[in-house]
Design a binder for this molecule. Structure first.
Ligand code: FAD
Length: 406
């Protein structure tokens, strides 16, 4: 039995364990994960790790020795399959049980799979774990035609790396623009143009039928009009399914994830949930209940849960931020653009350094900053204060954002 048992040794789980100790929590802490590796950063899997710029050691969340130093019992290759809130224990895949005083559920999600035929062919990849990235890396030298299914951040980042490696890359996006779920149209059009300029084909409103193969390996993607795109590698980036089945089976309030309050407590006693799997009321989404898939959210919710357990509670109120690297473009996002009714563009996208400011009823909700670190740093205050700047001034990149703050 541990005083705190953390399930999931990814971004949120690792941060929760460290935050407990930072907040002087003295009880026993175990961090359980089902992967073979100690906690590592996931974002580089479609960026610097996939491109070979960073080794695995460089993407570890903390040096290996820290877990023992902080008296955190790290247990790898341990998968929790059931939770018993009445008995306060979890059941592992080998049938053994571990008791807990408090449980922190930090399991992220599993990549959403294609439902069509051919999705289990070799050469078809998801990008969620180090093992996924390593499998792709091992095959990359042998492939020429790659189809990326899904024009979200992960798909586009993988496309950028593969294009730089000289592969013929095609991105299939079901909607009428890439990044449609997360960004305004000017940003989508900018990234579509950038990818095309790097030789990537982008098919919008794409309707695929199935994957086809030969000898167990993928050879192409059949579209609904019968045409076939040749592919010796397919990368699927169509989102995740939150890994919350054991909590739901135990009776936790849930939807597309598990419901938590402002301290990351689930509806089950002594059980918290954090990160990609947690549905919460986000103050920067006007209090809407959402799941956020970002390192920021995983880390900050980890701190919220840890503080609550350590007796130093503070409700979750962190400003959302996110980033994406494609080619030489560094996108940094602050705030959440959900529900915007206007987008102001600062600067020229042709200059490859510009900012999109999202507003609702004149109030700033969020900024997407492309190669524009200053706007990102200064824009945070606009988001926090829900500033209502003069739009013609806001659109002028010569006028620093900080001068708009009163
Ligand atoms: P995870 O980090 O996924 O950790 C969950 C862990 O729990 C995993 O190791 C999982 O295997 C394990 N687990 C699951 N079920 C069980 C079980 N039953 N028992 C035991 N262990 C279990 N975010 C950004 O902010 N910026 C980016 O640029 C960015 N790029 C990304 C690129 C890629 C390729 C990916 C995959 C994600 C990216 N993200 C990015 C998202 C970010 O990585 C996630 O939001 C973050 O990892 C969420 O942390 P988490 O702790 O909720 O889940």
């Amino acid at each position: 039995r541990y005083d705190v048992l953390i399930v999931g040794a990814g971004h949120g789980g690792a941060q929760a364990a460290l935050a407990l100790r930072q907040h002087k929590y003295a009880g026993s802490v175990a961090l359980l994960g089902d992967e073979p590796d100690p906690p590592y950063e996931r974002p580089p899997l479609s960026k610097e790790y996939f491109s070979g710029e960073k080794s695995f050691e460089r993407i570890l969340i903390r040096p290996q020795a820290i877990w023992a130093e902080r008296d955190i019992e790290l247990q790898l290759l341990r998968r929790v399959v059931a939770v018993d809130p009445a008995e306060q224990n979890v059941v592992l895949s080998d049938g053994s049980r571990i008791g807990y005083g408090k449980l922190i559920w930090a399991t992220g999600g599993a990549p959403r799979r294609l439902s069509c035929s051919g999705s289990d062919l070799m050469g078809v990849h998801n990008v969620r774990t180090r093992a996924d990235a390593d499998r792709m890396l091992a095959e990359t030298p042998k492939v020429q035609n790659v189809v990326v299914i899904g024009g979200g951040y992960i798909g586009l980042e993988a496309a950028a790396v593969l294009a730089k490696l000289g592969k013929q890359v095609t991105v299939l996006e079901a909607m009428d623009r890439v990044l449609a779920r997360v960004a305004g149209e000017p940003l989508s059009r900018f990234y579509e143009a950038e990818h095309r300029a790097h030789g990537v084909e982008i098919h919008l409103n794409a309707k695929m039928d199935c994957l086809i193969g030969h000898d167990g390996w993928v050879t192409g993607v059949r579209m609904s009009d019968g045409s076939v795109l040749p592919a010796d590698m397919v990368v699927v980036g169509i989102g995740i399914v939150p890994a919350v089945e054991p909590l739901i089976a135990a009776g936790a309030a849930s939807g597309n994830g598990v419901e938590v309050d402002e301290f990351c407590q689930t509806s089950l006693p002594n059980i918290y949930a954090i990160g990609d799997c947690a549905i919460h009321a986000n103050p920067f989404a006007g209090g809407q209940r959402i799941r956020l898939e970002s390192v920021q959210n995983a880390n900050d919710q980890a701190i919220t849960a840890a503080r609550h357990i350590a007796g130093d509670a503070a409700p979750y109120h962190a400003v959302p931020w996110f980033w994406s690297n494609q080619y030489d473009l560094k996108l940094q996002t602050i705030g959440l653009s959900l529900g915007y009714d206007e987008v102001v563009v600062r600067g020229q996208s042709a200059a490859r350094s510009f900012t999109l400011v999202y507003l609702s009823k004149g109030k700033v909700l969020a900024l997407d900053c492309v190669n524009s670190v200053k706007d990102y740093v200064q824009g945070k205050a606009l988001v926090i204060t829900q500033a209502t700047p003069d739009k013609s001034v806001l659109a002028n990149p010569e006028i620093p954002i900080k001068s708009l703050l009163v």
